[in-house]
Structure formats: structure tokens, C-alpha cells
Design a protein around this ligand. Sequence first.
Ligand code: G3P
Ligand code: MG
Length: 248
Amino acid sequence: MKVMAHRGYSGAYPENTMLAFRKAVEAGTDGIELDVHESKDGQLVVFHDEVLDRTTDGTGYLLDYTLDELKTFNAAKLYEGKLPFEPIPTFEEYCAWAATQDIFTNIEIKTDNVFYPDIERKLWDMVVKYGLEQKVLFSSFNHISLVRMQKIVPPEVVLGALTPRVDGLKVYPGEYCQETGFQAYHPPLCILNEENVRSCKEHGILVNVWTVNDMEGLEKVWALGCDGVITNFPGVAKGWVLSKEAGK
Ligand code: G3P
Ligand code: MG
């Protein structure tokens, strides 16, 4: 079972920053999950929300700012007084660093509420530029983005269908993913059950679960035989998985 650090090591460091990504690797994570939007001038930036206010000292919609403007905002606002300024990373900065690390990356395309023309092509071009083709998977709540990605990437690149907490796919995700050609189902922990995992296993679909932040959740995901966990605490999860694999 693979461990993916959700927005980096976001349980202890500012989410979706290079600091959180480096700390996730130091904690022993197998992979990193991150979110990508576009700036006003069409640059790929690593960020979760559509608006800046929750996690930075900026305000308003991210897409209203150029990359140069976004770089002035502190993405460590929630750690003020504890950590120094952390910039919002570009996806290119992330890729350049990831190319030097023994990790894979779950790239979440944040087109749930915003339409970014050609973001899928831009993402793949950047992945190719840094030679990360074998070390990425793509996920999105917007399955149209996955269909677009399907037309761009080689067939072996995994596409993960994210589903919300109220999940229309919960009964037959295996059938859905097989029919659409998505290789992975990414449900939230709260809707995970024997039935939807069995549906995936019967159809050869991977199951990666978010966001698993406690032992009860890890036990459940392990017992159901899922393929991956996306967690804010990658060190704890990795240690737990290693002890399970060692039969302890
Ligand atoms: O990819 C899993 C998880 O990141 C999806 O939800 O809102 O944290 O991007 P969110
Ligand atoms: Mg995400």
C-alpha cells in the first residue's frame, strides 16, 4: 500500500509548498499529492483553493493574479511567527525538484470549479520536460479533465477518478472506471466500503483513498486491500504500513 503525502506533509507544514514536499520526502513518503491551478498569465501553480485567503496573505481569486503577483504572497500564513515566508510554488519548480527525488506524484487537476483551457496539455508538457512520465499519475474531480488527459498521455499513465463525499459512483466504481478507461478510483475514506472496493478489484481498478489521518482509517484501508492512502501525516502512515508489511 503506497503512501501519498496530501498537499505534501500538510499535517505539520504549510500545504502545497516546497517545504511541505521536502518534509514529506524526509518523512519517508512514497509519493506526493498536489493541486494545480493557473495564474492570470497562464502559468501552472501549485495551490489548493480557488481563492487565496485561507492559506496566504493574499485575497481574492488566484486566477486574477499573474505569477509575479502570486509570488509576493506568503503561503505560510497559517504558520506566521513559527515559519518564515514560503512562496506559492510553480508546477515547474516542483517538477525540477521531483526529478531529483525517488518519489511519484499524484497531480490533481483543480478544474472542479474553474475552466483552465489547455491545462491538461500544459501539465503533460511540463512532466515530459522534466522526464517524469513514469513517475506521475493524474487525478481530478472533473472527469472531463481526465478524458482530455487520456487523449494526451500514453495509455500506461494512471488516471484517477476522484469522487466527492456524496458519491454517485460508490456502488459501481469498478464498472465506471473500466468503461471510461480510468485506471484508478480515488474515494474519500467516509464512503469506502467492501462493496465499492470489490467492484474495483473485479475490474482491475486501483483504489487510492483520501484523506486518511488516523489509525482507524489506516486499519480500514489496509483491511480492504486498497492500493494507496493519501494522508496529511506521511511519516506516521509509512511507518504503520512498514510494520504491517513486516507482519507486526
Ligand atoms: O486527491 C485527494 C484529495 O486531495 C482531494 O481533495 O480537496 O484535498 O484536493 P482535495
Ligand atoms: Mg488534492
